[in-house]
Design a protein around this ligand. Structure first.
Ligand code: PEP
Ligand code: MN
Length: 276
């Protein structure tokens, strides 16, 4: 047992029944269902994103993802469409009746995100951008906080505390793989983080198998493992033509692979007493 398990933080789980269920336009995160979020890494056109939304919704996804402000390792890589990308995502979300999630990189865009986006994602690279976390804490928007790739579970939870301390209790945690000595995979999915977080906090825990894997064929087994380990949701990069995606094509699922994943998830989810 670690010291921080005993502390009375806002994130702390007080008893077995203590869980936060976040309702985003009628979609529950942290309840009995496994919430599937899917969509492209980056929004590069209305047409492609519209087709992706239509497909993934029919296959069981309830939240549409899409990046507009991209934290790219190289400054020469496509940086995203910016506010125009948020407009596209928001319009497509309304059209298909799906709440939308997108990553914020700077508090400068906070008002625009609050207006257009249903769940604001804080990426791994900004998990300890405390100024941004505090500002998000002053809104009441659901925030999906990703674990930094070099951060401990304790640091992750303390970042969630930064948001909640300011008043915003709508925090969703997301394990997306951490950096280890292994280089075959893009990151190493810390599957232990799922039951550890579920034990320590009442907050919903989502897994991103796409950025953990870095390879499309690993996304399905990691998703099944995450669901079996008790994750409340999955966020999965999916595209109608991954090769055309301007970002992360090698880890992005085709609609065919997403279909196969959803089919195989169903019995796993049922076995642990949940549904999709
Ligand atoms: C993303 O979800 O598009 C992303 C950049 O993820 P991460 O912050 O986990 O790298
Ligand atoms: Mn990506």
């Amino acid at each position: 047992m670690k010291d921080f398990e005993y502390q009375n933080y806002i994130y702390s789980r007080k008893n077995e029944d203590d869980r936060t269920i976040i309702n985003v336009k009628g979609v529950e995160i942290g309840g009995d269902k496994l919430t599937i979020m899917a969509g492209p890494c980056v929004i590069d056109s209305f047409e492609a994103t519209d087709k992706i939304a239509d497909k993934v919704k029919n296959l069981g996804a309830s939240v549409l993802r899409g990046g507009a402000f991209k934290p790219r390792t190289s400054p020469y890589s496509f940086q995203g469409m910016g506010t125009m990308g948020l407009d596209i995502l928001s319009d497509i979300g309304s059209k298909h009746n799906m709440p939308v999630i997108s990553e914020i990189m700077s508090a400068d865009e906070l008002d625009y995100f609050v207006e257009k986006i249903d769940i604001i994602q804080v990426g791994a690279r900004n998990m300890q951008n405390f100024d941004l976390l505090k500002k998000l804490g002053k809104t009441d928007k659901p925030v999906l906080l990703k674990r930094g790739f070099a951060n401990t579970i304790e640091e992750f939870l303390l970042s969630a505390e930064y948001i909640m301390k300011e008043g915003n209790k709508n925090v969703i945690l997301c394990e997306r793989g951490i950096r280890t000595y292994e280089t075959f995979t893009r990151n190493t999915l810390d599957i232990s983080a799922v039951p550890v977080l579920k034990r320590l906090t009442h907050l919903p825990v989502v897994v991103d198998p796409s950025h953990a894997a870095g390879i499309h064929w690993l996304v399905k087994p990691l998703s099944l493992a995450a669901a079996a380990a008790g994750a409340d949701g999955l966020i999965i990069e999916t595209h109608i033509n991954p090769r055309e995606s301007s970002c992360d094509p090698e880890q992005t699922l085709t609609i065919e692979s997403f279909t196969s994943l959803m089919n195989e998830l169903n019995p796993v989810v049922k076995a642990i007493g949940r549904s999709i």
